[in-house]
Design a protein. Structure first.
Length: 289
């Protein structure tokens, strides 16, 4: 019955694993709901910012604002890679790292010097493993705030204004649905003028107070910070969605494995019982003979 005891041990182990994965699935589902609420809440403000900047933008104003400066040649760029701090989320982090690595290679292939900034342990750990210099590392918070985005991008905005870097890109997960969270890349600097439906920057007549200059002076940094904030909250929501899917698949696989192990155990037990009965019958027949 050694095989039977071994199978019982495996069954117990898989049952314990299934309890863990089911619990993690439930936790991820709860966290995903809250994260999706933050993604949804961030969209109206972002749309309002885009609309205001689109309405105020003009080439004359753009020439006076460093954040709107479109460099003729990009010589140095910064890439912000956002990944999660933890694993057990399927290919979520691998896809983001692959997208970040592809972007870095594309930029360097064009002769652009790239400095890498990592948000999340997984991305930072990978690039350190391949001996790639990571200029800054931050943890991805479960509940990103406006202050989180400020910490990530304000220093890069200052470098862009000073001319130290010519462009800033963000690689993050785009939350489209609970089952669709593809990696995405976003250029946050220089700020490109929002486009209207006709394909050109919208122009409208307004009475402005205090002035278009003063409004843009405040809105442009907010626009950049908000773009990074949305990338953070979408990545958090996408991480929980990917973990929920991965843990559900693990739970389903554990259930399927349990069914196989239990059938195997029952067959082995039945075979053992049959063998014992046969031995008893054989012994009784021998005594009678």
């Amino acid at each position: 019955m050694a095989k039977g005891r071994e199978l019982k041990g495996r069954i117990k182990s898989v049952e314990n694993t299934r309890k863990i994965t089911r619990t993690m699935e439930m936790v991820a589902t709860s966290k995903m709901k809250r994260a999706v609420d933050r993604v949804t809440a961030a969209r109206p403000y972002a749309e309002a910012l885009t609309g205001v900047i689109s309405s105020l933008y003009s080439e004359e104003l753009a020439a006076r604002y460093p954040l709107l400066r479109q460099p003729e040649t990009i010589r140095r760029a910064a890439v912000i890679l956002i990944t999660s701090n933890r694993g057990l989320a399927g290919a979520f982090n691998s896809n983001l790292i692959k997208e970040g690595r592809t972007l870095v290679e594309e930029l360097e292939g064009r002769g652009i010097a790239v400095e890498l900034h990592a948000v999340g342990r997984k991305g930072a750990g990978f690039f350190r493993y391949i001996n790639r210099d990571v200029k800054s590392v931050r943890l991805l918070e479960d509940r990103p705030s406006a202050e989180s985005a400020t910490e990530v991008v304000d220093a890069l905005m200052a470098d862009f204004i000073n001319g130290t870097i010519d462009a800033v890109y963000v690689v993050h997960a785009a939350f489209k649905s609970a089952l669709s969270t593809p990696p995405a890349r976003l250029q946050v600097l220089p700020v490109e003028p929002p486009q209207s439906e006709g394909g050109a920057a919208a122009q409208r007549d307004f009475l402005l107070f205090p002035s278009a200059d003063a409004i843009l002076q405040e809105l442009l940094p907010s626009y950049v910070r908000n773009a990074v904030y949305r990338a953070l909250v979408e990545t958090v929501a996408a991480e929980q969605a990917a973990r929920r899917t991965a843990m559900k698949n693990a739970t389903d696989n554990a259930s399927e494995m349990l069914n196989i192990l239990r059938r195997t155990y029952n067959r082995a037990r039945q075979a053992n019982i049959t063998q014992e009965i046969a031995e008893i019958v054989g012994g009784a027949s021998a005594l009678q003979g």
